[in-house]
Design a protein around this ligand. Structure first.
Ligand SMILES: NC(=O)c1ccc[n+]([C@@H]2O[C@H](COP(=O)([O-])OP(=O)(O)OC[C@H]3O[C@@H](n4cnc5c(N)ncnc54)[C@H](OP(=O)(O)O)[C@@H]3O)[C@@H](O)[C@H]2O)c1
Length: 388
């Protein structure tokens, strides 16, 4: 049965005014949304709600970090005063940049199927554990069988859900993306939530001849989304989440060079920024094209998270920046905004938006450029041979 409020919400309009944002913020804080006030949701049209929150969801995210409590001696001068000042400064930075807002809803995903790319490590794995705990059937799309299987067993154990399945997908190979989609569509009747999470920060060229970061982070996911879109529409209301990054603000899309391989580490970093900008633009244009389908999409910045994303960097870079560890969140905290966008009721009207800390945020001016988003869409289609 069609849900009229969803039809209105899913208009393709990408709202960015304070008023529009306030509704989602209200919902994030656990206050009733207009849709929630208006009536009861039906299993066909909205995600089913679980009566009681789990113990995990009752935990608070903003518990003070060890060693940051003020002792009461902070006003004493000399070394004590200096230490208190430093601790105070750290606490300030911690609460503003490290402590994550938790997704507090208790939405059940029983009967829903979630596909998450790169679900074997970092943010993707933490996201998969949470969604599996909510009862979803979770498909981990991973490139490495051994790492994927090990994660699959971990997630089954941690979530208590045996419906966590591994399927092989290498986003660095367009043939692999096509084969994966074919297998998926053959074996899985549903797709309710697609989470394009996998990412790489590495220079080099793929077998398809594209820049590695551009293909894995953007082009491969673009093709995957394209191939699975009919199934998402068939299962609507459904959602697409694309994991981007704050670093998109350093990116640029140059249609002469963005897809061309970079050859050394620093250029690889630039490619990463460009691909993360492409992620936000992809969501923006996708939301427009999905208008009226009840399929909505969201770009996510997980914050700075302690994961393996920097694995291709020389060890000495990170050893010399050891203090940065004080300012990164753990994977569970880094997964919260992906989980929020995948499950929160009433955010459909914010389709196309960029989310940080479980609330809509304003991305860089380039990431809000509708013409650029459209051009990137057509460029990606051309590179993938999707145009007639
Ligand atoms: N960590 C941060 O601070 C941070 C900040 C902003 C945004 N992000 C974004 O968060 C997302 C998740 O990254 P993470 O930080 O959790 O890093 P991660 O631990 O390195 O996870 C990345 C995942 O992507 C997978 N992957 C890499 N190349 C792939 C390919 N060709 N095909 C399929 N899967 C591939 C990896 O698989 P393997 O294990 O086989 O390599 C891994 O599962 C990325 O999109 C990243 O850009 C991270």
């Amino acid at each position: 049965m069609p849900n009229t409020s969803l039809e209105e919400d899913n208009s393709g309009h990408v709202p960015e005014t304070t008023e529009e944002v306030t509704g989602a913020e209200r919902s994030r804080r656990g206050q009733p949304s207009k849709a929630g006030e208006g009536g009861k949701s039906t299993p066909e049209t909205e995600f089913e709600r679980v009566p009681e929150p789990t113990q995990r969801e009752r935990q608070t995210s903003t518990s003070q970090p060890e060693g940051t409590r003020t002792s009461g001696h902070g006003g004493v001068g000399g070394a004590g005063g200096g230490a208190a000042l430093l601790l105070g400064l750290y606490a300030l930075l911690y609460y503003n940049f490290v402590a994550a807002t938790r997704c507090r809803n208790a939405v059940s995903l029983r009967g829903k199927t979630v596909l998450i790319t790169g679900g074997n490590s970092g943010i993707g794995k933490a996201t998969a554990v949470d969604l599996a705990r909510r009862g979803a059937r979770v498909i981990l799309a991973c490139r490495d069988k051994v790492r994927g299987e090990s994660a699959m067993y971990d997630i089954r154990r941690e979530s208590g859900n045996s419906e966590v399945i591994l399927m092989i997908l290498d986003l660095g190979s367009l043939n692999s993306v096509r084969a994966f989609a074919q297998n998926f569509l053959k074996s899985e009747p549903r797709l309710d939530i697609l989470i394009n999470n996998a990412g790489i920060l590495k220079d080099g060229q793929t077998a398809d001849g594209f820049d590695r970061a551009f293909q894995v982070n953007h082009l491969g996911h673009f093709l995957l989304t394209h191939l699975l879109l009919d199934r998402l529409k068939h299962c609507a209301p459904s959602r697409i989440i694309i994991v981007s990054s704050f670093s998109h603000i350093f990116g640029k899309i140059d249609f002469h060079s963005t897809n061309k391989p970079n050859k050394w580490m620093m250029e690889g970093t630039e490619s990463y920024f460009n691909s993360k900008l492409a992620n936000v633009l992809h969501v923006r244009e996708l939301a427009k094209r999905l208008k009226g389908t009840n399929v909505t999409c969201y770009a996510v910045d997980p914050g700075a998270v302690k994961t393996e994303i920097n694995r291709s960097f020389p060890w000495w870079i990170f050893s010399s920046l050891w203090f940065m560890r004080l300012f990164v969140r753990d994977c569970d905290a880094g997964a919260q905004t992906s989980i929020y966008c995948a499950t929160e009721e009433g955010i459909e009207r914010l389709s196309g938006r960029y989310f940080v800390d479980c609330q809509p945020n304003v991305p860089s001016p380039q990431a809000r450029d509708d013409q650029l988003a459209k051009k990137l869409w057509e460029f990606s289609e051309r590179l993938l041979g999707l145009t007639a």
